[in-house]
Design a protein around this ligand. Structure first.
Ligand SMILES: CC(=O)N[C@H]1[C@@H](OP(=O)(O)OP(=O)(O)OC[C@H]2O[C@@H](n3ccc(=O)[nH]c3=O)[C@H](O)[C@@H]2O)O[C@H](CO)[C@@H](O)[C@@H]1O
Ligand SMILES: C=C(OP(=O)(O)O)C(=O)O
Length: 428
């Protein structure tokens, strides 16, 4: 069992480069299943979610090679193998195999997805979409069975604005007969990225990035080359790190427009954010002031940044409040931060954090991906050596994190501990 050890209170300086977006990568890779010739995706992050999806494509009989951020995928010999267990349980985004396989084979058997536990994460809107397109969908012993004689375009109104359902319905609809309309669609940049790949494969999708997406079905999709967008959540994590532990940090390979909600909150706290075309510079921050944050669907403040942001709140003067309107139980990191001397409490969907507090090192557990990111930030500013367990969560989403942080002067290393048993079990 590997852990991260961080010797805190080193001031960080320099340039850190953001990798390709995890939440695009995990949809772009399954989208390749729909092509009748090879697809190449460039700029992919080297994270375990990408490795797991590569293995899943291979389980389907596809050929996939991954080298230096570029994945070559030949989907021509893939078959509709059932995937009820195993790798599908390791990540949330295995649900995209449902839409992609339904679109290509008109049938699929996919185990219910894994990923971070943040409260209930139903997939009823995905299923509603597949059924509207003509699929019969059943849940048998924890696996979803999908089958359609023919997929026909339909008008689908999402009851909940869902990133996953929006992309999954796009994947299933691109080869359906006729027009599909997704109303109340999610608008995240990753949805535009997936639509761009699909359109370059020959699909006809309009409106991605707005709340109404129209898809005119086509007979065939072909291979293409695609370069992924930068990861706005990784960029945001580094911006927060720069505000809390930096002596001047440039975040490179970021689209400043994608992180505007965070930039606005940082400025409200007193952080200076200097935007370039594809970079952001944050000088040393002083006299941070408490703020309140409410997570919302894009372009609102992302739920995926509220956990790292809570560390910054612990260093601000006054009482800050975070309300997570997307997930009901995304506060497991708060107990771990309290072990490090943070002054915080959780009330329902809200965390109240008072500061500024001097954080102290402790042995802590990453209960999920962004909880892990929050603990890394806390370890960077804490006095003494912090040990973070269950780091496999962090490695689902942060590419080369040790090397990147060391490049700024952080004292962080990975160590193997024989006795470290994970306490937050993966949801297999
Ligand atoms: C792989 C990926 O892209 N993961 C992201 C994606 O997750 P994911 O796609 O799972 O999140 P959704 O946008 O679907 O979920 C948003 C909200 O809708 C609810 N819901 C969703 C689907 C459904 O069928 N029924 C339903 O009730 C969820 O419980 C949640 O409260 O968007 C989340 C919200 O920005 C991010 O935190 C995740 O990092
Ligand atoms: C919740 C997240 O990921 P996933 O949906 O893959 O579990 C995340 O990226 O913060």
């Amino acid at each position: 069992m590997d852990v991260f050890k961080i010797n805190g209170q080193q001031r960080l300086q320099g340039t850190i480069k953001v990798s390709g977006a995890k939440n695009s990568a995990v949809a772009l890779i399954p989208a390749s299943i729909l092509a009748n010739s090879p697809v190449t995706i460039e700029g992919l992050p080297e994270i375990s979610d990408v490795g797991t999806l590569k293995e899943l494509l291979e389980e389907l009989g596809g050929e996939a090679r991954f080298d230096a951020g570029t994945m070559y995928i030949d989907p021509t010999n893939m078959q509709d193998m059932p995937l009820p267990n195993g790798n599908v349980k390791k990540l949330r985004a295995s649900y995209y195999l449902m839409g992609a396989m339904l679109g290509r084979f008109k049938k699929a058997v996919i185990g219910l997805p894994g990923g971070c536990f943040l409260g209930p994460r139903p997939i009823d809107q995905h299923i509603k979409g597949f059924e509207a397109l003509g699929a019969k969908v059943t849940n048998e012993h924890g696996a979803i069975y999908l089958r359609a004689d023919e997929l026909r375009g339909a008008k689908i109104y999402l009851d909940v604005v869902s990133v996953g359902a929006t992309i999954n319905i796009m994947l299933a609809a691109v080869k359906a007969k006729g027009q599909t309309t997704i109303e109340n669609a999610a608008k995240e940049p990753e949805i535009i990225d997936v639509a761009t790949l699909l359109n370059n494969m020959g699909a006809r999708i309009k409106g991605a990035g707005t709340n109404v997406i129209r898809i005119d079905g086509v007979e065939e999709l072909h291979g293409t080359n695609h370069t992924i967008i930068p990861d706005r959540i990784e960029a945001g994590t580094f911006m927060i790190m720069a505000a809390v532990a930096g002596d001047g940090i440039t975040i490179d390979n970021v689209i400043p427009f994608h992180v505007e909600a965070l930039t606005a909150k940082l400025r409200e706290m007193g952080v200076k954010v200097e935007e370039g075309e594809e970079s952001i510079f944050i000088p040393k921050s002083e006299n941070l002031q408490a703020v309140d944050v409410k997570t919302l669907v894009y372009p609102g403040f992302p739920t995926d940044l509220q956990q790292p942001f809570s560390v910054l709140m612990s260093q601000a003067t006054g009482s800050s409040v975070i309300t997570d309107t997307i997930y009901s139980a995304r506060f497991k990191h708060i107990d771990e931060l309290k072990r490090m001397n943070a002054s915080a409490r959780v009330e329902g969907r809200t965390a109240i954090i008072s500061g500024p507090t001097k954080l102290e090192s402790a042995s802590v557990y990453a209960s999920d991906l962004r909880a892990g990111a929050a603990l890394v930030l806390a370890g960077l500013i804490a006095e003494g050596e912090t040990e973070i367990r269950d780091i496999y969560h962090i490695e689902r989403g942060y590419s080369s994190i040790i090397d990147k942080l060391r490049g700024l002067g952080a004292d962080i290393r990975r160590e193997t501990l024989e006795d470290a048993k994970p306490i937050f079990k993966e949801k297999f």
